[in-house]
Design a protein around this ligand. Structure first.
Ligand code: GLY
Length: 375
């Protein structure tokens, strides 16, 4: 905990925004919403949101919260926050220095949603840009689209003046990739079962040897915020699965999977095995559960149960038939109530928040209890 925020910092923001809130558009309305009350401003993120500072004074959740407190747009505040992690070479799961794909190329994914504006944007398999969060926001702000991918996303980034770099590897991410390449042959991936077994074996080896942080194998940052006016936004940004097949896109840039925001309800986002989440669109499920009245913790647990029930392939199951991967969700409702939930428990399954009291790292609630897991 490094910085406390005074309650006064919020009074002006809440009062000003209150004039605009309460206006409901005519026409079809979504089903009943759990609560319209205003609560406490809060930023929630995966645990790396309260870890990396890239040499600056604040980490992601502190930066985002401070900017919200100053009255900045919630999504703009979150984008400034996650950029700290994207630019920090020490986080090998996000942005610059993120672990590359099987061919040694860093491909990044991100998406964002703006609750009040009902706008969203994302990029996938984007190369050469350290901060995909900025490009995702520009897709939301400047285009009629929600998702740009690959060379098209890069061209769009270039066109809006973002520097394109030849290589986003750091010496560390490149040397880890070379080490991985020596241990397994990435070209032999035609049989999904054999490839999965080989990848898991090598990933487990490298995690056990301390070369790769287990949280960075599928690592990502999700960051969601609500201000004093109850305005909710969210963003998720990642380098995706380490050493993925080039072009593989996980859950992070997919609306409803890696992130979902409904301005009248709240937000949810994910880190962990993206394929499992994609099959359930679990961030949408969580927000929809909250819409029906569930608290953030219960909504998160419902999603984990759904994902567990969807997992039937032997290669994805433990000997006793439970999912052999981890997946986490960061859930926030528009009153500031929050939860972090993970499939499995261990002491690293944590999430970050920042409120008026400052930044904290909290333990996630787990669905399946304690089990030593590799990723
Ligand atoms: N959740 C990040 C990914 O699977 O790419």
């Amino acid at each position: 905990m490094s910085h406390k925020f005074s309650r006064r910092e919020f009074v002006g923001v809440g009062a000003a925004a209150g004039v605009l809130s309460g206006v409901r558009p005519l026409g079809a309305e979504a089903p009943a919403v759990r609560s319209s009350e205003r609560g406490r401003p809060l930023v929630i993120a995966s645990a790396n949101g309260n870890r990396y500072r890239n040499g600056g004074p604040r980490n992601c959740v502190e930066e985002a919260f401070e900017r919200m407190a100053r009255g900045e747009d919630v999504l703009d505040a979150l984008v400034e926050g996650v950029q700290i992690v994207e630019l920090d070479p020490e986080d090998s799961s996000v942005g610059y220095g993120g672990l590359p794909n099987a061919e040694g190329v860093v491909q990044l994914d991100a998406c964002c949603m703006h609750g009040p504006k009902k706008r969203a944007g994302g990029v996938a398999a984007l190369e050469g840009v350290r901060t995909p969060s900025v490009v995702a926001r520009a897709v939301a702000d400047l285009t009629d689209h929600h998702l740009l991918v690959g060379p098209g996303a890069q061209q769009f980034a270039r066109n809006i003046g973002i520097e394109i770099e030849a290589d986003l590897n750091t010496d560390r991410s490149r040397s880890l990739w070379l080490d991985w390449k020596r241990r397994t042959d990435p070209l032999h991936y035609l049989d999904p079962e054999e490839r999965e077994t080989a990848l898991r074996r090598v990933a487990d080896e490298m995690i056990a040897e301390g070369l790769v942080d287990s949280g960075h194998y599928y690592g990502t940052i999700n960051c969601n915020g609500v201000n004093a006016a109850g305005e909710v936004c969210g963003i998720t940004t990642t380098s995706g699965l380490a050493w993925k097949i080039p072009g593989r896109v996980g859950d992070s840039p997919i609306l409803g999977a890696g992130l979902y925001v409904d301005g009248a309800v709240g937000a949810a986002g994910s880190t962990g095995r993206g394929e499992a989440n994609l099959f359930a669109l679990a961030s949408f499920l969580i927000v929809d559960e909250m819409r029906r009245g569930a608290a953030p913790l219960d909504a998160g647990m419902t999603a984990l149960r759904r994902i567990s029930a969807n997992t039937i392939e032997k290669r994805l199951l433990t000997e006793d038939g439970r999912p052999n991967f981890n997946l986490k969700f960061y859930v926030l409702d528009r009153t500031g109530e929050h939860a972090g939930v993970s499939m499995w428990f261990d002491e690293r399954q944590q999430y970050a928040i920042c409120s008026e009291g400052g930044a904290e790292t909290l333990a996630c609630e787990s669905l399946l209890g304690e089990r030593p897991i590799s990723s």
